[in-house]
Design a protein around this ligand. Structure first.
Ligand SMILES: C[S@@+](CC[C@H](N)C(=O)[O-])C[C@H]1O[C@@H](n2cnc3c(N)ncnc32)[C@H](O)[C@@H]1O
Length: 268
């Protein structure tokens, strides 16, 4: 995997460190120093690339720039209560569970669950997304409010199918596995789900980065593995999407746009 990385000269040292970290993750970057990294530059250079500037590491494409903006989540985290956060209720985060977020993405759900005290192992397989997460984690560790929250998070670069299988082999069990794979394109009646008018910029870029080849991986195979590892599996779905792996959940938490499906395993 190869990416160009545009950066401002004052961040040369960080970009050199990033280059060797990405090489370990199997990504080679071509660092290119630029004078200005503003909106006009991004518009004139629409191909997908990494960017390093005063905001840290970001992914850019088609004039947009995004990163897992953990600092930007602070206001939501401060406001969050069990009443307002269905995910926290579904995962019973107040009981401080051991939790695996097996499809981390931008890590925003991980952050929310860690904020309520869950001990979260975040697993992400995409190397560029993982490097973005590591950069956000570093920045968050230096923030007085976020530091004790991210201390509850452990980052793992792996395919969750392999990671969960390792947990099974080593008889490691957790309270909750949380799954939020990419959204399927059909609802329960096999109708195409209408795209939201305003798909968030972050999600647009995420969809451009994934999948790497061929069809989108909808993560059906993760459900059985997750059930073998956890007392409870919580799956995030669009409100009207098909069940993961076509398996009817034992419980549902319903929101306006999305829902959480719960699968329980009393043998773990
Ligand atoms: C919809 S996003 C998750 C968004 C996330 N809940 C958040 O708060 O930002 C799905 C993510 O899961 C990752 N993913 C999908 N299948 C995976 C697997 N088998 N192992 C690890 N990561 C996986 C994708 O790379 C993608 O980043």
């Amino acid at each position: 995997m190869q990416f160009q990385c545009w950066y401002l000269s004052e961040y040369e040292a960080q970009v050199i460190a990033l280059q060797s970290r990405l090489a370990q993750l199997g990504v080679s970057i071509e660092p290119i120093v630029v004078e200005k990294l503003n909106a006009k530059f991004l518009r004139l250079n629409p191909e997908m690339a990494l960017v390093f500037d005063e905001d840290g590491l970001s992914l850019a494409a088609e004039g947009m720039k995004m990163q897992p903006n953990w600092l930007g989540e602070i206001a939501r985290l401060k406001r969050a209560t069990l009443k307002t956060e269905m995910l926290a209720r579904a995962c019973q985060t107040n009981d401080k569970p051991k939790l695996i977020d097996a499809t981390a993405g931008l890590g925003h759900d991980t952050l929310l669950m860690a904020r309520f005290g869950a001990q979260v192992t975040l697993v992400e397989r995409h190397p560029v997304l993982f490097a973005l997460l590591e950069d956000s984690y570093r920045t968050a560790s230096q923030d007085a409010y976020l530091a004790p929250i991210v201390a509850n998070i452990q980052l793992v670069h792996a395919d969750s199918a392999e990671y969960l299988q390792r947990c099974i082999d080593q008889k490691i069990q957790v309270d909750v596995v949380y799954l939020d794979p990419m959204f399927p394109q059909r609802d329960q009646n096999q109708q195409t789900i209408k795209k939201q008018a305003q798909v968030k910029k972050q999600m647009q870029l995420l969809h451009m980065l994934l999948p790497e080849q061929g069809e989108m991986d909808l993560g059906d195979h993760l459900l059985d593995l997750a059930k073998a590892v956890a007392k409870k599996v919580i799956v995030k779905r669009p409100r009207h999407a098909v069940y993961l792996n076509q398996e009817t959940p034992q419980h549902q938490w319903l929101g306006d746009a999305c829902r959480f499906d719960g699968y329980f395993n009393h043998q773990v």
